[in-house]
Write a protein that binds this ligand. Structure first.
Ligand SMILES: [Zn+2]
Length: 253
């Protein structure tokens, strides 16, 4: 059989295997899922598999001579919806982050994305939340994405949290979905607009004089206004947007 991985799935392969057709011989029948994972590619990042040009699912038993193509789950690729491995791509992406990604969680919330993060979650809890709430599991740990139950996961290529935020915006095509100043960076709740009088006692000195527009977290009570931290947020968002290169396209197949 021969197999080829497209676009960012190549990041998981050994350098000599990237962006090319790989020939393999199997002596026992294997599912296409097992074969994909044998190359180190987490099944949770795969959205479309074809065998000899026909769309197949993870349980497909690979036969000698098959030509397999494997595509990532995200929108950068123009995949006909009917062909996807899963019935529905996640149109409104929601995330759950592993315990090492606290700074990224704050950035994603700052951008307005629904992001579950707690530094005490076990791997099993992360997987359960991802599956139950249909959240994309973000991690730097490929092993976590090999959990059988995970259907939507993404292995972060970047290590710096701001670059990771830019990576997520690009990979999930979220530039137009950014809504800053709408979500609590501490607890992920959607902020409510509140009058100055309601939050006056909670504000640092002079803030009430300088600003008129306030939002408050209904859950943890945190108050947000367009002060210096807001200017900093705007700067981060601009930097994130500037880090977005053109969408990559896969080589013709
Ligand atoms: Zn809050």
């Amino acid at each position: 059989m021969s197999i080829r991985f497209y676009a960012e799935l190549n990041d998981h392969l050994a350098p000599e295997q990237r962006y090319q057709t790989i020939e393999r011989t199997f002596y026992v029948p294997s599912t296409v899922k097992d074969i994909i994972e044998s190359f180190g590619v987490p099944h949770a990042e795969v959205d479309l598999i074809t065998a000899n040009g026909e769309s197949v699912d993870f349980s497909y038993l690979v036969r000698d001579g098959d030509r397999i193509s494997v595509y990532p789950m995200f929108e950068a690729l123009d995949i006909t919806p009917e062909l996807r491995v899963r019935p529905q791509p996640l149109r409104e992406p929601k995330f759950v982050l592993d315990v090492h990604l606290g700074r990224l969680a704050a950035y994603l919330r700052m951008l307005g994305f629904d992001t579950v993060y707690q530094n005490c979650f076990s791997d099993d809890e992360l997987v359960r939340i991802s599956v139950k709430q249909r959240r994309i599991l973000l991690t730097r740990d490929r092993g976590l994405l090999r959990h059988r139950a995970v259907t939507h996961g993404y292995w972060l290529r970047q290590t710096d949290s701001r670059r990771q935020a830019a990576e997520i915006v690009r990979r999930f095509d979220l530039l137009r979905s950014i809504h800053p100043f709408t979500r609590c960076m501490a607890c992920n709740s959607v902020l409510d607009a509140v009058s100055k009088d309601r939050v006056r006692d909670l504000l640092p000195p002079r803030t009430a004089e300088l600003y008129d527009e306030f939002r408050q977290c209904p859950k943890c009570g945190g108050v947000y206004w367009k002060g210096s931290h807001h200017a900093r947020m705007q700067r981060h968002i601009r930097q994130i947007s500037e880090q977005l290169p053109e969408t990559e396209h896969p080589p013709p197949h």
